[in-house]
Design a protein around this ligand. Structure first.
Ligand code: NAD
Length: 338
């Protein structure tokens, strides 16, 4: 009998390859996981007429936890985003994206240790848009007090639990006085309940400049949906790129763990993509399940393989494939847990 049942959504593009590597690495932790495999994305569209079948949502509701690969979202026309749909359907309101330097990863910066906490259900990203006549289109930026309160509390609770020193709210309240103004007001009110954690705010454009100049000054970045989306790619760039940036979508009862990156279609089927971001997402998943020792072992396995620089993928300066890097991590993890 499996100790944990976890929904597996491999996704499309490079998704199935990195998922196979992640499962290999996870198996080496000896945590007993029973996978419930479901399909979302282009293949599901062909088979079921929808990229996000109800069975996917029902499976996550049932298992409460999912590991997910990336899913392609057609630009302009075509189906709506599976990622946005899943986050909305399951009310996964908090998106957690750590950006931590890993020795051995080529990057301009050292010692970066940031976490982006992104609101996941509102803002311009909610996709409430329509044509206003033939030659204009309108998109609605929806920000609610409830949405701001729960993401602000999540960020401060996270900071308290993880011993983080500071939360920085990111906004553009100087221009979007009502929507971002409400977000900032709620962040300030929430901060008052966490006196041991420093609180400050930054306008998003200034934040971008500050992050590339002095990332060491920041700790937890609390963002509305769209700024959080953009800043988390920026933060991924600080620590070596999308190949090493993990993420988690968390709600009150359920959580879906997935990398920041997308389906990188140009590398699909080529055994080239870096599985690190998905494996680090699995580290977050193990912590969420309370398997702290296994989470440490899996992270340490990743750190050792990247640190040795031998069996790593192209983006990390190596020539290994996705599968080989997954196996190398599994071998290190097996040594650690034996
Ligand atoms: P992307 O993240 O897929 O790829 C951008 C570039 O980053 C790639 O060309 C590649 O050079 C590099 N890269 C990304 N992941 C990598 C990995 N694991 N290993 C090595 N290199 C990697 O971004 P994109 O090209 O803008 O998006 C492609 C598709 O993915 C789009 O349809 C987009 O909507 C979708 N997407 C999905 C998710 C998700 O499922 N959560 C997230 C972002 C984008």
């Amino acid at each position: 009998m499996s100790r944990y049942r976890v929904t597996c959504i491999p996704g499309d593009g490079i998704g199935p390859e990195i998922m196979a590597a992640a499962k290999t690495a996870l198996a080496a932790t000896q945590v007993n996981i029973g996978w419930v495999d479901v399909e979302a994305g282009a293949d599901a569209m062909d088979k079921c007429g929808t990229p996000l079948p109800d069975s996917v949502i029902e499976s996550v509701r049932d298992t409460k936890v999912a590991l997910k690969g990336p899913v392609t979202t057609p630009i302009g026309s075509g189906f709506r985003s599976v990622n946005v749909g899943l986050r909305k359907a399951l009310d996964l309101y908090a998106n957690l994206r750590p950006a931590v330097s890993i020795p051995g990863v080529r990057t301009r910066y050292e010692g970066v240790d940031l976490v982006v906490v992104r609101e996941n259900t509102e803002d311009l990203y909610a996709g409430i848009e329509h044509m206003a006549g033939e030659d204009a289109a309108e998109s609605i930026k929806l920000i609610t007090r409830k949405g701001c309160e729960r993401i602000a509390r999540f960020a401060f609770d996270y900071a308290r639990r993880e011993g983080r020193r500071k939360v920085t709210a990111v906004h553009k309240a100087n221009i979007m006085k009502l929507t971002d103004g409400l977000f900032l007001e709620v962040c300030r009110q929430t901060a008052a309940g966490y006196p041991e954690i420093e609180f400050e705010d930054r306008i998003v454009d200034n934040m971008c400049m500050q992050l590339v100049q002095k990332p060491e000054l920041y700790d937890v970045l609390l963002c509305p949906n769209l700024y959080g989306d953009i800043l988390s790619d920026l933060c991924a760039g600080l620590v070596g790129g999308l190949g090493v940036a993990p993420g988690a979508n968390i709600g009150l009862e359920m959580a879906v763990f997935e990398p920041v990156h997308g389906s990188a279609p140009k590398y699909a089927g080529k055994d080239k993509a870096d599985p690190t971001a998905l494996i680090l997402s699995a580290v977050l998943m193990l912590s969420h399940l309370g398997e702290v020792d296994a989470a440490h072992a899996l992270f340490e396995g990743v750190r050792r393989v990247i640190g040795s620089g031998k069996r790593v993928t192209y983006d990390l300066g190596g020539s290994s494939g996705t599968k080989d890097m997954g196996e190398a991590i599994a071998e290190e993890v097996a040594r650690l847990v034996s």
